[in-house]
Design a protein around this ligand. Sequence first.
Ligand SMILES: Cc1ncc(C[n+]2csc(CCOP(=O)(O)OP(=O)(O)O)c2C)c(N)n1
Ligand SMILES: [Mg+2]
Length: 329
Amino acid sequence: MSEPKEKPDGKTLLEIYRRATLVKQNDERFRSVIKSGKLVMPYYSPRGQEIIPAALSVHLDDDDTICTIYRGIHDMLAKGVPVKSLWAELAGRVTGTCKGKGGPMHVTDPSHGVMVTTGIVGSSMPIANGLALAAQVRGRRSVSVACFGDGASNIGAFHEALNLASVWKLPVVFLCQNNRYAEHTRYEYGTAIARIADRASSYSMPGIHVDGNDPDAMWAAAGQAIERARAGEGPTLIEAMTFRFHGHVFGDADGYMDKAEKAAAIECDPVPKLRARLIAEQLVSEAELAALEAAIDKEIDEALAFALESPFPDPVELRRDVYAEELQA
Ligand SMILES: Cc1ncc(C[n+]2csc(CCOP(=O)(O)OP(=O)(O)O)c2C)c(N)n1
Ligand SMILES: [Mg+2]
């Protein structure tokens, strides 16, 4: 597939920055709150990967769906899950998107198209196919996006899902966020092929290998794949190259990561890089960006307070929304 040539306009670029900054600031606060002991939970930082969902989600609306993974807070925030209900859910409170019953590993918010978050590596893809099939059967124009990591592309479900999506021309985008590590395993140790995007040819669909930290390239790649899906032409595999700034899970000492490679990636942090570009291209002033960032911080302050003040679900909720009504005692 040829490199897309189109670029986002100034307004879209600013919106990509807003979404990426929300993810970055939210992540920084989350890690400090966990460190302080105010909240206790497993946390998988998406820091470093912000541009991918920010540049993807500006093409999507609430009817479009995503299925994401434990490291999917960036995907959820960019897709529009309200910060307050996200924090409440992660803290297991009744005011969360799933009334506190999903918790950090299973956030779901259908009103904003976040249909499932899963800790089972590879399982976002067949579920995304199901949502795409539903849209196809109902004649809707919505697109389904499966977010997953590089490690997940070695799971059987990846191959099964790509094959079926291609055979049925499903309106689905397979978005692999290649952050170079699967848990503690470097990419080269676990994956036989240099580019995951090349696997698309086995399933007769376009494969796009893109710098996921480049907002222009990521926006164009996502737009091309989404347009193809909406036009009924079938799925696309996007491999978005990025880097995970922290260890696999909060508290992981990350001694297995290449220190020089990590330092170089942090040096090229895509969020401040985009910030500098917005100013250099005179799309926005320093003061306007400072105001935007302060407003995001305030939103996060309020979300934290809201989550901490909210009650845990009543024990009676344990079985509610779990079994079909008729089967409840
Ligand atoms: C089916 C399955 N196998 C193994 C695991 C253990 N596990 C959790 S995360 C992970 C690594 C996945 O890496 P990748 O797909 O690259 O995603 P990333 O965490 O880098 O975003 C593994 C192997 C799991 N959760 N599910
Ligand atoms: Mg990975």
